[in-house]
Design a protein around this ligand. Structure first.
Ligand code: FAD
Length: 396
């Protein structure tokens, strides 16, 4: 047929918003849309730190994709993308191939280990439902093991590498979870150590320094021990060695210290910087008018000449613009330039605590925690309306 084929790779923040927008804008039989994702559910990456620490359930962190899209309008393919073949305009899946006229790459990022020895092998990462199930189980298992051999207090040491957004949000949840675990496993809380190690000179780079101080104070009170301005030099099954020479013995290292673009993109032959593609003003890959790259795999430069940090917020906005541009392109209409509208940033610091900057102001404590809930609810509302808010929202 001559109906253009649109293939979307990845059903995260960028991919879902693209699919929903396409389904809304396209007329009957104007295009074939296929959405490929390795799971049949969409997960809220921005919420993964909670099930990772065990402070919320997996069920609150994901939703079936079939509940978010109209399967009469969009073909959902549950499969692993293995290769993008630009020359043939084909995508190789684990169990078949798809050809496309328009391709939207929204596969999300991957952890960046910066070549630190042992990190890839011995550290866990917060990146998917499966990866956080492992972290949660692993932490609990250390408590159980410790009870069988109380000389092994190193089992009660927990190391979080990276004090950026996700590192801070995770360490906060972990600090909230530790007292519950101590109670459940009859462990003296004084024996537990939670370390947060960051190579940069400050935690939460990009945040207002006053908010950073506040966040660190809140977390210190919850028992987090910070090592800021100290790089992890090596990771092994025994723990980490820091640049200072200090060794922290631990069976639990969670790495949040960096993300890079998906390796499939480099492998396809796109020009990348740390795995990301600097897209044009319409979100297309340079030299490929029919390929859009959005979310964590794209690089968009802000008016000050620096790349925007990869966030769910920008991925969602890119999803909408890229869908509009694909439709415009099919109709030979004018495309829209992507302009990021920054709505503010909120970082949660565990139960009832958060920091936020929005509407030109800063917020902390309870007010910021309410903002965080609003941001989460707003997202649920955008992708699934009131029913999804009621099913997945956290009201307390
Ligand atoms: P993703 O949302 O990661 O989606 C990618 C999708 O592609 C996934 O569904 C994945 O399963 C699928 N996929 C990947 N590879 C394949 C393959 N080979 N085959 C098939 N499918 C595949 N951002 C904010 O704006 N605010 C926050 O508060 C915030 N908090 C965060 C907290 C944590 C703990 C973390 C880890 C991140 C946070 N972020 C936050 C960042 C945000 O989650 C990401 O920027 C966002 O998820 C990027 O969206 P995306 O669409 O590019 O990719």
């Amino acid at each position: 047929s001559t109906i253009p084929k649109i293939v979307i790779l990845g059903a995260g923040y960028g991919g879902i918003l693209t699919a929903q927008r396409l389904q809304k804008e396209l007329n009957y039989n104007e295009a074939d849309v296929t959405l490929v994702n390795r799971h049949d559910y969409h997960y809220f990456t921005t919420h993964l730190h909670m099930p990772a620490a065990g402070t919320d359930s997996i069920d609150h962190t994901r939703v079936a994709i079939s509940k978010l899209i109209d399967e009469f309008k969009i073909d959902l393919v549950k499969s692993n993308v293995q290769e993008i073949r630009l020359a043939d305009k084909k995508v190789v899946l684990q169990d078949g191939t798809l050809s496309y006229d328009y391709l939207i790459i929204a596969l999300g990022g991957e952890p960046e280990s910066f070549g630190i020895p042992g990190l890839t092998e011995y550290a866990m990462t917060i990146r998917s439902i499966n990866s956080v199930r492992l972290i949660r189980q692993h932490i609990e298992y250390q408590f159980a093991l410790y009870k069988l051999d109380e000389t092994r207090t190193d089992r009660l040491n927990f190391v979080v590498g990276g004090a950026g957004f996700s590192g801070i949000e995770f360490v906060a949840e972990l600090a909230d979870r530790i007292p519950q675990l101590c109670k459940e496993y009859d462990v003296d809380p004084n024996l537990v150590n939670v370390y947060n190690v960051e190579a940069a000179p400050t935690a939460l780079p990009g945040f207002d320094p006053e908010l950073v101080d506040y966040a660190m104070e809140v977390l210190r009170k919850k028992g987090v021990q910070f090592k800021i301005g100290v790089a992890i030099k090596e990771c092994s099954q025994d723990g980490v060695v820091l640049a200072t020479g200090e060794e922290i013995k631990s069976a639990t290292v969670v790495w949040t210290g960096g993300i890079r673009g998906n390796r499939l993109i480099e492998a396809a032959g796109f020009e990348t910087a740390r795995g990301r593609v600097k897209v044009d003003e319409y979100l297309r890959a340079p030299g490929h008018d029919n390929i859009y790259i959005i979310g964590d795999n794209s690089l968009v430069i802000n008016p000050e000449g620096r790349p925007y940090p990869p966030t769910a917020q920008i991925a969602m906005q890119q999803g909408v613009t890229c869908a509009q541009n694909v439709v415009a392109s099919i109709r030979s209409k004018e495309m829209k330039k992507f302009v990021f509208s920054h709505k503010g940033t909120v970082a949660s610091l565990g139960k009832g605590e958060a920091i936020a900057s929005a509407f030109g102001k800063t917020y902390k404590g309870w007010v910021a925690a309410q903002l965080k809930k609003m941001v989460d609810m707003r997202y649920l509302f955008i992708i699934g309306g009131i029913p999804l808010v009621l099913r997945k929202g956290r009201f307390f």
